[in-house]
Design a binder for this molecule. Structure first.
Ligand code: MCA
Ligand code: AMP
Length: 504
């Protein structure tokens, strides 16, 4: 093996005529054809001048070609950096600059804005559109189907995924070939995926969940995916009877439960539903079992660690817990102040160690040192406990983070923009319960004396700078923010005061 990631996930399938992807338009793509297309793209990337270790940023809608680029990067030894297609140009500029990407692949809609950035930063720019057109495809069409796989080792970087920080700028999590391979394999085994599985794939591809959990598990097992562009209830209802498994964020399951068409008969062919990325409410778990007979399998992970724990495939899947550590993953609960390991049922910070844990933050040695201990344990920033049966309960976060429909939102990023607006003295952004997205951000704003901040203008400015999913769903003007004796804003008081704002 000269390139563990490519050889194990992709190369093994180069003569496999089984279906890899079922597309929504009725077309199918076999593994063999998928890999032939990936090799053409790998040639194109090399012809553009990219060398092993270079980073390729990609901001496009979900498509089979995006997966081709993932495979091509693995084969050519390039670092894959996927980005949310709804990010604004302001947001993207930082990622391109910080990552030192050599190429950005975007859709034609974003090309104009990104061309300026690409020019300033001397980055190449190519296009890939959701209808399978684009300059990268044109070039690949005239490239050779033969490609010599670049030699890489398991400690080489395979991907860079940005995750926001509670303070300061987003951090690029460096994921090695070994991180991705070990986790894909562990999950395939834990969840008993085989080549007969057909996974209903409705997640985005620019995050760990849709890419490294869902796709890598299927690639490891040699199974297939019903590949939906996004979560759309009609498409899900149509395809559930043809699927053997589905992975999703809690919003997927809440939306299904609210749909009249969702019943036991519809899911008779499914053997497994997996949930993660955000807490699944016990009520959702219980109601889901009532209607379908299935107990959703909840697991827990992070961008920096891939998946850490899982409820058992065989055995009790406990509502309100994320199961036990996966084989090879060590997990402990420690005192946030002293780092001392705590006993069962004591609440503290969750730390994890294993082959799944990333190499550190790209070009941020100080942040790496603060969160990744020298002994290999990563401080997750999540708070929890281990019960007497070894199940992990996540009970809160030591980090100021809101998770809306599975997407992370860091209040600090919004507060910085809101605080700069005319008439605003200060602001506090908090997450409140939301019946669809689980949590949603709202902004509590204090106006400057004698000033009258214009909410519409603030909203417009937020829209210019930040992707839509991050926008506060409500902005409320108050006289002052509650503070403790140290002068720190007491967000817990605000959360409790506004907790019912979006509940039905
Ligand atoms: C879309 N919108 C959102 C969200 N998604 N707003 C807040 N939170 C969101 N998650 C915006 C849309 O832009 C739209 O704006 C409005 O909300 C309503 O859109 P809607 O059509 O209802 O949304 P959707 O397109 O159906 O998307 C909802 C979704 C999607 C299906 C839940 O957000 C999704 O696929 N989420 C999955 C995220 C994920 O994969 N996370 C994994 C991270 P407007 O008002 O303009 O119409 S990886 C991770 O967390 C770790 C590693 C792990 O453990 O997995
Ligand atoms: P990300 O930065 O997108 O990798 O988000 C990772 C965070 O999502 C974790 O640190 C947790 O706070 C949260 N998370 C993921 N899975 C779960 C889960 N099953 N239950 C509760 N929180 C979760």
């Amino acid at each position: 093996m000269n390139n563990p990631l490519y050889d194990n996930l992709f190369g093994v399938h180069s003569r496999n005529d089984d279906t890899f992807l079922y597309l929504i338009n009725g077309q199918t793509i076999t593994y063999r054809n998928f890999l032939a297309n990936s090799r053409r793209i790998a040639n194109t990337l090399v012809d553009l001048g990219l060398k092993p270790g270079d980073c390729v940023a990609i901001q496009v809608e979900k498509s089979p070609e995006m997966l081709n680029i993932y495979a091509a990067c693995a084969q050519a030894g390039l670092v894959f950096l996927p980005l949310n297609p709804t990010y604004t140009v302001d947001e993207i500029e930082y990622f391109i600059e910080n990552s030192g990407s050599r190429l950005i692949i975007c859709n034609k809609k974003n090309k104009e804005g990104l061309t300026v950035i690409a020019k300033n930063l001397s980055v190449l720019i190519e296009t890939l559109n959701s209808d399978s057109t684009g300059s990268i495809i044109d070039k690949a069409n005239s490239s050779s189907e033969d490609f010599k796989t670049a030699t890489r080792s398991k400690d080489d970087l395979a991907a860079l995924l940005y995750t926001s920080g509670t303070t300061g700028k987003s951090k690029g999590a460096m994921l090695t070939q070994a991180n991705l391979l070990s986790n894909g394999n562990a999950l395939m085994t834990a969840w008993q995926f085989t080549k007969s599985d057909i996974l209903l794939h409705a997640l985005p591809l620019f995050h760990t969940h849709g890419l490294f959990v869902a796709t890598n598990v299927i690639l490891s097992a040699g199974g297939s995916m019903i590949f939906l562009p996004k979560f759309d209830l009609d498409d899900i209802v149509k395809n559930l009877p043809k699927s053997s498994a589905m992975m999703g964020v809690p919003t997927f399951y809440m939306r299904l439960l609210a749909d009249d068409r969702f019943n036991k008969k519809l899911v008779h062919h499914i053997r497994l539903f997996v949930s993660g990325s955000a807490p699944l409410l016990s009520e959702t778990h219980i109601q889901f079992e009532k209607i379908t007979g299935h107990r959703i399998l909840e697991r827990y992970g992070m961008t920096e660690t891939n998946m850490n724990t899982s409820n058992p495939y065989n055995g009790e899947r406990r509502a309100g817990t994320v199961g036990r550590p996966l084989p090879c993953v060590e997990l402990k609960i420690t005192d946030p102040e002293t780092g001392r390991e705590l006993s069962n049922n004591e609440i503290g910070q969750i730390e994890v160690r294993g082959p799944n844990v990333f190499k550190g933050y790209w070009r941020m040695p100080k942040k790496t040192k603060a969160e990744l201990r020298e002994n290999g344990f990563f401080i997750t920033g999540d708070l929890g406990k281990i019960d007497k049966d070894g199940y992990i309960h996540i009970l809160g976060r030591d980090k100021d983070l809101i998770i809306s429909g599975g997407f992370n939102i860091y209040p600090k990023e919004l507060e910085e923009i809101i605080d700069d607006q005319e008439g605003v003295l200060e602001s506090a952004v908090i997450g409140v319960s939301h019946s669809d997205f689980g949590e949603t951000p709202i902004a509590i704003i204090v106006q400057e004396a004698e000033m009258d901040p214009n909410i519409e203008v603030i909203d417009r400015n937020l829209r210019k700078s930040l992707a839509r999913y991050k926008h506060p769903r409500k902005m409320i003007i108050v006289d002052k923010l509650p503070r403790n004796a140290m002068g720190k804003v007491q967000k817990n008081i605000l959360r409790s005061f506004y907790k019912d704002l979006f509940l039905n």
